[in-house]
Design a protein around this ligand. Structure first.
Ligand code: ADE
Length: 247
């Protein structure tokens, strides 16, 4: 998969792409990140990428000329290329959308700065505006890192089977169960006995229940969409009635 990232700060990306799973995916050719320096498409001696908004108001708006040229430079004759603009007003990024986007061959990620980009760029080129959360960033660059990371790890054979994405929090529709490793006792806290006994059916049952408990406590909204068995529902009812007793 190729990400074409249009940015005025290409150097911003050098460090995050140098480490771990994403660096490996890049060096093995499973993932390519093509950094496109927006300033290379400017025409004036100051290499201007922004201007004051028509109608007045605070802040600056990214001008359409250089953005258009930058997008065209990667688009060329390609038809199966999706153009994404980062914006706090965009569709909220989540695991489901990461899985959907991981199927694409090439994505163009436009990193906005200032007060946003000229609307004609959005109307003329952008397939999807994307937000990574309900807060305002100084620009799209940190959002691009988040999206490249979340999608990159889902690409075929980027994660080894021991790191499989299948059991991720959200992939199952639930938050992931707690994990423990050596030592058996730490700060007077023991690893739950069931994890030490090697009974895989019991371990799976314990993990499922912990996932259900955690999701019910922290993200009850996810339970509405999760695939739940009759047993899961029964267990959740049990948790609910215990909570009611306490209250
Ligand atoms: N640009 C500014 N804030 C953003 C957000 N929350 N998500 C994506 N891009 C942004």
């Amino acid at each position: 998969m190729i990400f074409h990232v249009i940015t005025i700060f290409p150097d911003y990306f050098s460090s995050p792409l140098k480490y771990g799973v994403i660096a490996k995916a890049i060096s093995s050719g499973k993932l390519e990140v093509n950094l496109v320096d927006l300033r290379q498409f400017t025409t004036d001696k100051h290499r201007t990428t922004d201007d004051r908004p028509y109608g007045g108001g605070a802040g600056m708006v990214m001008i359409p000329g250089p953005l258009s040229k930058a997008i065209e430079s990667v688009k060329k004759e390609k038809t199966d290329l999706e153009v994404i603009l980062f914006s706090p007003a965009g569709r909220l990024f989540n695991h489901e959308l990461a899985q959907e986007l991981a199927k694409k061959k090439e994505l163009v990620l436009i990193c906005g700065r200032y007060e946003g980009v000229d609307q004609r760029i959005i109307d003329g080129y952008v397939d999807m505006e994307l937000s990574i959360g309900d807060y305002v960033l100084t620009g799209g660059e940190p959002a691009a890192i988040v999206v490249i990371d979340a999608i990159g790890r889902l690409l075929p054979s980027v994660l080894g089977c021991d790191q499989s994405a299948k059991n991720d929090s959200f992939a199952t529709g639930l938050l992931e169960h707690p994990q423990y490793t050596r030592p058996r006792t730490f700060m007077d806290m023991d690893v739950p006995q069931v994890l030490l006994e090697g009974n895989h059916k019991e371990i799976e049952k314990w993990r499922r229940r912990k996932s259900l408990e955690l999701t019910a406590k922290r993200r009850p909204d996810l339970l509405k969409k999760a695939k739940l068995s009759a047993k899961d529902i029964e267990y959740l009812k049990g948790i609910g009635s215990k909570k009611d007793e306490k209250e």
